[in-house]
Design a protein around this ligand. Structure first.
Ligand SMILES: [Zn+2]
Ligand SMILES: [Zn+2]
Length: 386
């Protein structure tokens, strides 16, 4: 048995999976709303023939984790949260072909089942089996592969990587090819794929277009960068926090305002509305506002995930009389295995900035502080380094 504890010299040690009879690791476990996340020892099932052990180097706190922590979604507990991570492959199963020990990888939380209609159309993040698994706190095959004594430990977003080590299917561990610091690479795993994909794949923003981005948190900043990469002519960032507005300006926004100032600015610059508007928050108020500020014939895109049970209140005339389109996107509307190499190209060419979006970094033992920093709206992604 490999004890993962604090033995840093164990990092990178190449242990064949045959040696694993369950692997103990330390993980941040969410047990109940209002109770701080605690670092506990959990046992991981040994990797199967297509499984890999990843030593996590950095994990971002995503809005999805916060929904869970605030009790806005009902998922089984105890659960290891975290689905936006990067690390190093430490061991591989006998039949693994896509990655090797020592590879630096980004985790995808949407492996393709390859069989359902959504996976066949190249949208594994919309896979019905994946969404069932996420709602049940399991992997796509219905297992969790994590226990504590006799108790099942569930996985957040079919991943559960707020841990020193995680065992995943090889299709989940996407190699970076090296050269991208792992703290930065972690952001690619959810926020960047989601935000940049919303612009390039879901909306298809065209050069010269005008874009409004409501919300400049982790995902919003990548929507802004995606709009710049797409060649948008005007990119208006909307966020109540000054620091986030400043960051948006550095990353490609041409204007940045608070929500109250937006109507005045649009009256002056885009009286007919924007070609594209993105709701990077996922609240009915921000979704309705994105649709309102879209021009006739334009496209509004819901990117952020809402709390359970919320509903939109919309004027149907927006769609008939004004021919607006309202759509949504999940994980960038592209297969992560296809989208990640493209993002890495943007990073290497200097078009996609990751480093300035790395926010405060916390060790695993300070997980609760990390969660609070993320809830407080830290500019830049809050990272945990397990
Ligand atoms: Zn996420
Ligand atoms: Zn599927």
């Amino acid at each position: 048995m490999l004890h993962a504890a604090d033995d840093h010299e164990e990092r990178g040690e190449q242990v064949p999976p045959a040696k694993y009879h369950g692997l103990d690791t330390r993980a941040a476990v969410f047990r109940a709303v209002g109770r701080p996340l605690a670092v506990e020892e959990v046992t991981l099932d040994a990797p199967g023939p297509n499984g890999v052990v990843v030593r996590m180097a950095a994990v971002g706190i995503c809005g999805t984790d916060l929904h869970q922590i605030r009790g806005e979604w009902q998922r089984p507990t105890p659960m290891v949260l975290g689905h936006e991570g990067a690390g190093v492959v430490e061991a591989v199963g006998d039949e693994v072909e896509r990655v090797a020990v020592g590879d630096e990888v980004v985790l995808s939380w949407a492996p393709s089942c390859g069989e359902c209609a959504d996976c066949r159309r190249g949208r594994p993040a919309a896979c019905v089996f994946l969404h069932r698994a996420i709602a049940s706190g399991t992997l796509v095959d219905g297992t969790t592969g994590m226990t504590q004594g006799d108790e099942t430990i569930y996985r957040g977003t079919a991943t559960g990587c707020l841990a020193e080590r995680v065992v995943v299917d090889e299709r989940v561990a996407l190699p970076t090819g090296g050269g991208v610091p792992l703290q930065e690479a972690a952001l690619l795993g959810c926020a960047a794929l989601t935000g940049v994909g919303a612009v390039l794949s879901a909306a298809g923003v065209t050069p010269g277009s005008s874009v409004v981005v409501v919300g400049s948190g982790g995902v919003g900043q990548f929507v802004i960068q995606g709009a710049r990469i797409a060649g948008a002519g005007m990119v208006i960032a909307v966020d109540p926090l000054e620091q986030r507005r400043e960051q948006a300006m550095r990353l490609g926004a041409t204007h940045a305002v608070g929500p109250d100032e937006l109507p005045e600015l649009l009256k002056r610059l885009l009286p007919e509305g924007a070609d594209f508007a993105f709701d990077a928050v996922g609240d009915p108020v921000t979704s309705e506002s994105a649709l309102r500020w879209t021009r006739s014939g334009g496209t509004a895109v819901i990117v952020g995930l809402p709390a359970a049970g919320l509903r939109l209140d919309l004027d149907p005339g927006e769609f008939s009389r004004r021919e607006k389109r309202l759509t949504g996107t999940m994980y960038g509307s592209e297969d992560p295995a296809v989208a990640l190499p493209a993002l890495l190209e943007h990073v290497r060419a200097g078009r996609l900035d990751l480093s300035s979006l790395v926010g405060p970094v916390y060790p695993l033992d300070a997980i609760d502080e990390a969660v609070h920093a993320s809830m407080a709206g830290s500019p830049g992604r809050v990272l945990v380094t397990p």
